[in-house]
Design a protein around this ligand. Sequence first.
Ligand SMILES: NC(=O)c1ccc[n+]([C@@H]2O[C@H](COP(=O)([O-])OP(=O)(O)OC[C@H]3O[C@@H](n4cnc5c(N)ncnc54)[C@H](OP(=O)(O)O)[C@@H]3O)[C@@H](O)[C@H]2O)c1
Length: 323
Amino acid sequence: MKAVRIEKTGGPEVLVLVEVPTPTPGPGEIRIRHEAIGLNFIETYQRSGLYPMPLPTGLGQEAAGVVEAVGEGVTRFSVGDRAGYCTGPAGAYAEASVVKADRAVHIPDAISSKVAAASMLRGMTAEYLIRRAWPVKSGDTVLIHAAAGGLGIILTQWAKTLGLKVIATVGSEAKAKVAGDFGADEVILYEQEDVAARVREITGGLGVPVVYDGVGKTTFEGSLASLSRRGCLISFGNASGAAEPLQIGRLSRMGSLYVTRPTLNDYVASTEELDDSADALFGLIAAGKIKVEIGSERPLAQVCQAHEDMEARSTVGANILIP
Ligand SMILES: NC(=O)c1ccc[n+]([C@@H]2O[C@H](COP(=O)([O-])OP(=O)(O)OC[C@H]3O[C@@H](n4cnc5c(N)ncnc54)[C@H](OP(=O)(O)O)[C@@H]3O)[C@@H](O)[C@H]2O)c1
């Protein structure tokens, strides 16, 4: 089968499509023939070396397709079932992958493989961020950075289903329209405006109880300054680079604030949590309450260009590869 490998870290050119033996599932494992592969920003960190991985390695942690082989002892899936995964192992940029059966989820008929591949990792992240990382209640105002990105679009729509008011930030006028179309109530162009000042203006000086920040370095200070007393900064990504170290005493001086740095794996650690998260996501998509925006769809062989697009900030919504 064809699969992408990296031998060394670097720019998009280190992603090379090669022929490899099709793997055989061991006990407790299944092989999924991919119909669509999800691209995620984290893979640019892994490729560049920001998040080190043992090399050589495959890349990609999310794909959807059909189960074509099951290993010994697997009862959760049968050959022919539609299945997807988004917590690895690294190697989803390929025609097929072997994954542990208890880390894969069933894909309902109402959800296409393209939509599943475009939504599982970001959608299940949105699920834990909005439902479990910090208690929010209907009527709360929240700040969501990079709201026109793949995750931002899903998070914004999920927030709206819970009755939250969303202040969104984006990098361009075009993305401001996207954020508004997906339900953002207020949109801030974060490279042109003072985010915290605008948030205070919108909230009558109070600030917001929670900020969802996947941008990192360039937004971190503004995020802290946008919080209301005892509010929480959920720092879940580094699209602009890692934030500077935080001196913990500042949290007391800024209003007894909280900061958390969560990751999906810790919120879908058990198969039950994984299934609950996937069910909640697929249920909202099937009900039409969350629309998944597939910003770009490229053949697997164009993986280098797909990474270039992500890093150039030219993409809206989620990007997928088709094997
Ligand atoms: N912790 C977790 O569990 C978890 C899980 C999944 C994803 N994530 C994180 O969530 C974030 C969003 O992921 P995504 O895949 O949906 O990506 P994305 O939002 O589609 O892309 C990142 C966006 O960040 C903004 N950005 C600001 N400064 C940037 C810079 N210097 N370079 C590139 N982008 C910049 C851009 O939007 P503008 O043009 O509007 O500024 C860009 O479109 C990422 O940081 C990712 O690592 C975390």
